[in-house]
Ligand binder design. Structure first.
Ligand SMILES: Cc1cc2nc3c(=O)[nH]c(=O)nc-3n(C[C@H](O)[C@H](O)[C@H](O)COP(=O)(O)O)c2cc1C
Length: 354
């Protein structure tokens, strides 16, 4: 059997299998392992500083000579006053005290907010040829600048309208993100209820609506799910949760253990950690913030407000006070090398055709 198709041609890879960018979980080592194995690794730099962005790109380049995608967040940074954030800050202090964590110094005044606009020049200087993004669409100036530098652009859509919008902005490929997917929703069109469309429904509808290749994302973790995605019109797949348990992942041990035991119903959508809808395994911090009934500031404000508490929890291998992003097909994510997870997907898929 041959894996070659329009997506392998455009991405210049052997297999149309993309390791999902997973900020806080994926690493240069993970991205390089997938690219070296013939897939497309993704480096997450969404919302990071220009210096961190450049450093992670250099690290990834030192580990692979193959193409990899750099993933950006195309969000707006909202205006705010300190007063808007006070109730949430007070709640987080209470939660930290209850858990024995010291939040001294976790002042929002110390945070700097970045988005893709702070990173485009670096991507061009570093001659990055594949850029994926979520949380919105890049602005037309950035699209033009990247395209002038022969860059392929991959956007994220969670409904047909977003897919059409991305196509109209001259984006080359679309990650079609079903509601099963782990992590943040890529949703970006306002004035509509949160799209909650499952991949089985969404993919064929997007495929019928656009001319550009579609990459399926959400619940893909086996040969059979890859096959189903291709049958429904995908030219490639993007796999996230299945890589969280790997040795190259930054996820703490207790997160990996929870993931391995997760049932189909253990994840839910929440805004509690970041202010944007995202899917993760239920835990105490999610519950406490949601039950408090106070306003959750929008992304990236809430993300920054909760950052110190999540970091302290991670340092203590405490899975109750950090986000446990995962999709609905989270269970049985064993501790393997990224390369093995990737090879298993390829070999099991090929076995279906033998
Ligand atoms: C831990 C985690 C972090 C994620 N972070 C990002 C990110 O930084 N950028 C992005 O475009 N998508 C991100 N996603 C979403 C993935 O790109 C993808 O849509 C999702 O993982 C696919 O569903 P699956 O997890 O069921 O495989 C993340 C997903 C997870 C699980």
């Amino acid at each position: 059997m041959s894996w070659n198709n329009i997506v392998t041609d455009i991405l210049k890879v052997d297999y149309p299998i993309i390791q999902a960018p997973m900020l806080g979980v994926s690493t240069p080592e993970m991205a390089a392992a997938v690219s070296n194995a013939g897939g497309l690794g993704s480096l997450s730099v969404g919302g990071l500083s220009p210096a961190a962005t450049r450093q992670l790109i250099h690290k990834t380049k030192s580990l692979t000579e193959k193409p990899f995608a750099v993933n950006l967040f195309a969000h707006q940074i909202p205006a705010y006053t300190e007063d808007d954030l006070e109730p949430m800050r007070t709640l987080l202090l209470q939660l930290a005290n209850k858990r024995g964590y010291d939040l001294t110094g976790a002042d929002l005044a110390n945070f700097r907010f970045y988005n893709h606009l702070n990173q485009i020049d670096i991507l061009i200087e570093e001659k990055i040829s594949l850029v994926s993004f979520t949380f919105g669409c890049l602005d037309s100036g950035s699209i033009q600048a990247l395209k002038q530098n022969a860059c392929t652009l991959i956007g994220t859509a969670t409904c047909v309208e977003e897919a059409l919008f991305l196509q109209q902005q001259n984006i080359d490929m679309i990650v079609v993100q079903g509601i099963e997917a782990g992590g943040h929703r890529g949703t970006f069109l306002e004035d509509m209820p949160l799209p909650q469309v499952g991949l089985f429904s969404l993919l064929p509808q997007v495929k019928n609506a656009v001319r550009i290749p579609c990459i399926a994302a959400g619940g893909i973790n086996s040969a059979e799910t890859i096959k189903a995605a291709f049958e429904l019109g995908a030219g490639g797949v993007q796999v996230g949760t299945a890589f969280i348990g790997t040795k190259e992942s930054q996820a703490i041990a207790s997160y990996k253990a929870k993931l391995n035991k997760a049932k189909d119903t253990d994840t839910t959508l929440t805004k509690a950690f970041s202010g944007r809808w995202a899917r993760g395994i239920r835990n105490e911090m999610m519950h406490e913030i949601e039950q408090a009934g106070i306003h959750i500031p929008s992304y990236p404000l809430q993300n920054s407000l909760t950052a110190t508490l999540r970091k302290l929890a991670q340092q203590n291998n405490d899975s109750e006070y950090t986000s446990l992003w995962a999709g609905q097909s989270a269970g049985k994510t064993g501790l393997m090398h990224t390369k093995e997870v990737f090879r298993n997907l390829v070999e099991q898929y090929e076995a279906l055709y033998r």
